[in-house]
Design a binder for this molecule. Structure first.
Ligand code: DAV
Length: 397
């Protein structure tokens, strides 16, 4: 199979008709009168600014989220399935209200610093729009007192080659999250990207298991009513994409993506020991071609195709118990961002992880991010790599 690169896009056809002054008309004897109209405008699609096939090729352009106006989602069965149980009182009391300003201010400072460091490394940084998430909304199937945030672009946008895909997310509070990204997406489209939105889910009650009990359940809180997934349940290794079923990603969603991407990509579903599964990027984190961080607490077995890979089991996180992590486990510590096959951005207080990475020949870039982590992710979640230099490859051959 030929190697694909986003440098050379095929010409594409724009079928928007350009009509001449004289409209086409039919004669009474039913013979068509041909007119001098031009219906074909052949243009060359510009080389796409969106182009990324892996998690480790050299990063050139990235979207970094923003925390402005973030609101607390209301507690429901899907949150109960994934969120740390000790924070249920916080969600119950604050659901629908803005996150405490003190958290947002500190998180925003960390995020801006992270963005500035990426820029100083020569990487183009783009940000989503500020949106007032505190607006209540209603659809034919549900209503919500507020949205959530645009802090975690990784959850919503999946870049596969020159295509950028809007995910059909399962949380009702995230139904209108796309609003923060549409300006950017239109711009990426205008500069050659393929822009896709997966089928908009209804998020009616049929999607959620009616009597889901997070203490007893060994199955997902969601059904197979319609395709749903979060982009962060997928991780890209060139032609091979790995994912997990979770409390926000169902088989139907995985199948939709498989049909959509076609034979050029192989989607593999992995199983982990993670009863609160939501997003794969604190479980299986590739750092370079042939080198993988794997969460030892969650690992079950990897397929044979990894047998020649170096599997690195990271040291446990050191986040203290009293630091609020409303949305995640402490393993958010390994939610790192690779700038290339050596440099990797890591939370500065995770000293054991930093030493571990250094000992394995990586060049960690330690940055403060603990306040941001309270909102549900670290450097990988807070970003989407829009462009990494590289081509589509079969990395397991
Ligand atoms: O505890 O596995 C995953 C990252 C969330 N976006 C966890 C956190």
């Amino acid at each position: 199979m030929p190697m694909l690169s986003c440098e050379t896009n095929p010409p594409f056809m724009n079928t928007a008709a350009t009509r001449s002054a004289q409209p086409v008309s039919y004669r009474s004897d039913s013979r068509l009168l041909f007119d001098d109209i031009s219906v074909t405008d052949v243009r060359v699609r510009p080389a796409s600014r969106v182009c990324s096939y892996s998690e480790w090729d050299p990063l050139e352009e990235v979207i970094v989220g923003r925390v402005d106006g973030a609101c607390v989602p209301v507690w429901d069965s899907v949150l109960a399935a994934t969120m740390p149980a000790q924070h249920m009182p916080f969600f119950t009391a604050e659901g629908g209200r803005r996150f405490p300003e003190s958290i947002l201010t500190r998180a925003a400072r960390e995020l801006d610093n992270f963005a500035a460091v990426l820029e100083s490394e020569g990487i183009t940084v783009r940000r989503p729009d500020s949106v007032d998430w505190s607006t209540a909304f209603q659809t034919p199937h549900f209503n919500q007192p507020a949205g959530l945030y645009a802090a975690m672009p990784r959850d919503f946008l999946l870049v596969v080659g020159d295509e950028i895909i809007e995910s059909p997310m399962a949380w009702r509070s995230r139904y209108f999250e796309f609003r923060a990204y549409r300006k950017l997406l239109k711009e990426y489209f205008a500069t050659g990207a393929r822009w896709t939105a997966a089928p908009k889910p209804e998020l009616s009650d049929e999607l959620y298991h009616p009597a889901y009990d997070s203490r007893a359940a060994n199955h997902s809180a969601i059904t197979e009513f319609e395709p749903v997934f979060d982009a962060a349940d997928f991780v890209r290794f060139g032609r091979d994409i790995f994912c997990q079923k979770s409390h926000v990603t169902n088989q139907f969603g995985i199948d939709w993506l498989r049909h959509h991407l076609g034979e050029e990509y192989r989607i593999h579903v992995l199983n982990f020991n993670d009863p609160k599964a939501m997003h794969i990027d604190a479980t299986l984190v590739p750092l370079a071609r042939g080198r993988l961080l794997l969460n030892a607490e969650r690992a079950v077995a990897l397929p044979q195709m990894f047998k020649n890979w170096e599997i690195l089991f990271p040291p446990p996180p050191v986040i203290p118990d009293d630091h609020p992590l409303y949305f995640t486990s402490k393993w958010v510590s390994i939610n790192v961002l690779s700038l290339n096959e050596e440099q990797v951005v890591v939370e500065e207080q995770e000293r054991p992880l930093i030493e571990f990475l250094k000992n394995h020949g990586f060049k960690p870039i330690p940055l403060p991010f603990r306040n941001f982590m309270s909102l549900g992710g670290a450097f990988h979640c807070a970003t989407v790599d829009v462009r990494r230099r590289g081509t589509l490859q079969d990395v397991f051959c």
